[in-house]
Structure formats: structure tokens, C-alpha cells
Write a protein that binds this ligand. Sequence first.
Ligand code: SF4
Length: 483
Amino acid sequence: MIAPQSSPGSHPAPADDDGGHGVAKRRFLHDAAVSAGDEPRRGFIRRALAGYERTRDAQQARYRDYEQARDAASLAKWAAVNHLDELLPRFEAAFTANGGVVHWARDAAEARRIVLDLVHAAGAKAVIKSKCMTSEEIHLNAALEAEGYAVVESDLGEFIQQLRGEPPYHFVFPCMHVRRDEISALFSEHLGSQPTSDPEQLTMIARRHMRRLYVEADVGITGANFLVAETGQISITENEGNARLTAGLPRVHIAIAGIEKVIERVDDLAVLLPMLATAGTGQPLTCYNTLYAGPRRAGECDGPEEMHLVLLDNRRTMLLADAEQRDALHCIRCGACLNVCPIFKNVGGFTYGTTYQGPIGSVITPHLRGLAEWNHLSGASSLCGACSAACPVRIDIHHHLLHNRRNAARTAPDRRERFGHRVFAFVAARPWLFALAGRLGRLTLPLAKRLRPPLLREWLSSRDLPPAPRRSFRSQWRARRGA
Ligand code: SF4
């Protein structure tokens, strides 16, 4: 069996240990500069996302009232997230009654330990996975491989990324940055297939390889889009049918989900599933929407013998305790905010260095991994608000980025920034000094352009200074009023 390694390639998966001391920020600035300079790749991403926007707009237009649907989806998530204390025990009771077992994990290390113990108890050799961002969050593949288990991703995009030794580029479209000819070369190298640029052929090559692995795997690991408290069911939505096979064919099914995935009623899916598909991929519904209600029962001919759910906190309860930003937990991971973000389009998914990229990743990562080390992500925004406008559950994403900036300034003020603001406030409060500073600025601007003083060097490395105006705004204003 070919067991591709998910161990670090050119873009290693983010580890629990962030390095500290501004390492993440330095890496971000470096990678952003490199990605922004890769014009062909940026053009490729821009074209792909322009296609997505056309499809999404056409799909939204088919709603009688899309804004009302957003209100309904937002309300369903608000009701769930604000009643997690009631809904999670309700879900656990119903899931247990269905024959499943719930495991609570405080953090990534505990979640990994639980999964490893379950895989070990199953006597497994091979593990097959469908798309599960929570497993990326806890770096599960590396942990399983370190203990000798062969792990294969069954989602096509994730499989391609696994072969490339890279984490997902985008949490909905994991390999959106990879061209067809690159996929063909990858399959030829790893699977021995003939080169082809036909997407259908490429899919068939992966499918043929995968089929055998479903049967050989002892454990199937999936994520979960929603957990229904009313019925104890897990809702998984997908386009390839691979999650169904991953959950249904191996002897043991393990699902991993964040605690915020719980919703109250099955009826809530009537709005959440179409909104997830419309905002995420521009489809009316994803191709496969399945509710899993426990392991195989007596008399049933298929399904796993055991079904487990690992419920992950990993600092989500800390975000829940923050009344101002709690609604970031409403996210249904549709990826729409990434698709419309001008920063994401230019710097790409890897630059963030996080499991969850783009605007929502920039909001939640400082909560999940520490504001001190990840605050720079809240600066990775033009605050244009395109993300908030695209969000199907109405998360005010760009305002949360501002909240993170404010919180960071309060908890760990940047001394240079603070000094700069004080100097500016002092100058701006004295009109004669402000005018003098303006005159000096106009005189020295051409020199600053040429000499690039250390204080401005970083800023000037990616920007052109405009030509200095001959006259100040004030003098122009006075002249105009006089005229
Ligand atoms: S924040 Fe909103 S738009 Fe972004 S992934 Fe989550 S649900 Fe989708």
C-alpha cells in the first residue's frame, strides 16, 4: 500500500508549539512577500475564485430572500452556541443511546491520545480519513504516523496535499493552488499513472487507488459538520462520497468535532445545509448529506461495529466566555470569507501558518493559540468588510479583527507604536508644530526615498512613496477659500 507521508514538506503543518518571540509574525511577513511576488500563481487563484463568485451569486439569486436565510442560519447558530451547556449533554445522552461513545478532549494532546488509544484498541494497522479540519488542528496524522500507522486521506484534495507533503491551502478547497498538470505529475510519480490533464481521468486514478484502501483500513476517521442534540446524530456533508465510505466500511468509525458544532434540532439543517453549500461552493446542496446515528445495529448489513466521537474544546470555551467575540464560534467553515478576501487572494493559504486560514482564521487563531504570538493576523486585513458581507451566519468578522487589535494593544502594547502615537498626538495638538512637521516632511521626502532610513526601510520595501506635494493641504485650502 502506498502510504503518503503527511510529515513536513515545504510548508509544514503548524505545530502546537508556535516558537514564540514573534517567529510566527516573521514567518508570515516573509511568506507573504514570497507569495505576493508569485504573479502566475496569484492569477491562477484569482481566476478560480472569480468562477466561484459567479456560481455563488447565481445560486444566491435562486433564494426567495437570501438575507432572510442568513438571518435564520445566524439565529440557529446563535441559539446553539449560547446554549452549549444544555445542548452538549443532550447530544451526548442521545448519541450514547444510539450506541455511540463520546470522548471529551480538553486540548489537542488529549484528543490525540484518545484517538491513538482507540486505534490501538482496534488492533488497527491502516487508518483512512475523510476531510476533517479538527484533525488538522490537533496534528493527528503526524501522531498516528509516529506510532507506525499508515494513514491515507480519502478526500481528493486532501489526498493530493498529503502526497505533496503539505497541509491544506484552504479549508474547503485544500489543493486549489495546484494545477492539473502538477496533479498529473504527482499521480504519475506516486501511483504510476499515465499523464493526463482530464479532471475526470485524474479523479478516476485517485478513486481506483482509494477503493482498496477503504476495505483494508480498520479505522475510519471523519470530521462532522453538525451534531444534532435532538437526535444524537452526526451530520456530514461532502461532494465525493468518500466520507460515507470512510465512516461505513472500516470496523471502527471515529469522528472528531469541536464543541461548537452542536445544533439543537434536525430542522435547523434545513437552513444550515443549503447555506453551507451556497456560500461554500455555490451549490444548492452538496452532493452527499448524511446523518450518522450510531454503529451498526442487530439485523443491519453494513456500518461500523463501533462509533466514537471526540469532542474537542482546545480553548473554545475561552472564546465562549468572551461575550464580545463569542459569535466567532458560529462559523460553519464554509470558506466564503477566504474566497472574497483580498489578502487571502494575494498571500495565499500557507502564509497564515494556521489550520484555519483567511479572515475567520485570523479572528479565531489568536484565541485558540494565543494573542501575543498571533496578533499579527489581525493586521492581515484591509478591513474592507467583504468577509462579513459574505458570511452566511452573519459573523462580523472584520470588527472582530479590530477587537483583536485593541485587545493586543491593551494586553501587550507595542512600545514603538505607542511612542509613535504619543509623538503624533503631541504634534497634532499644536497647529504651528503640525505645519512645521508638514513642511519638513515635504522637504525630506525625496531624500527619504533615496536613503531609505532604517525606521522606514520595512515600510518602503513593499511601497512607493508618492511624490511630495509642492504645497500643504492647508495652504491650498486657504488659497481656495480666498479665491
Ligand atoms: S466565518 Fe462565515 S464566511 Fe467565514 S468560513 Fe465561517 S461561516 Fe464561512
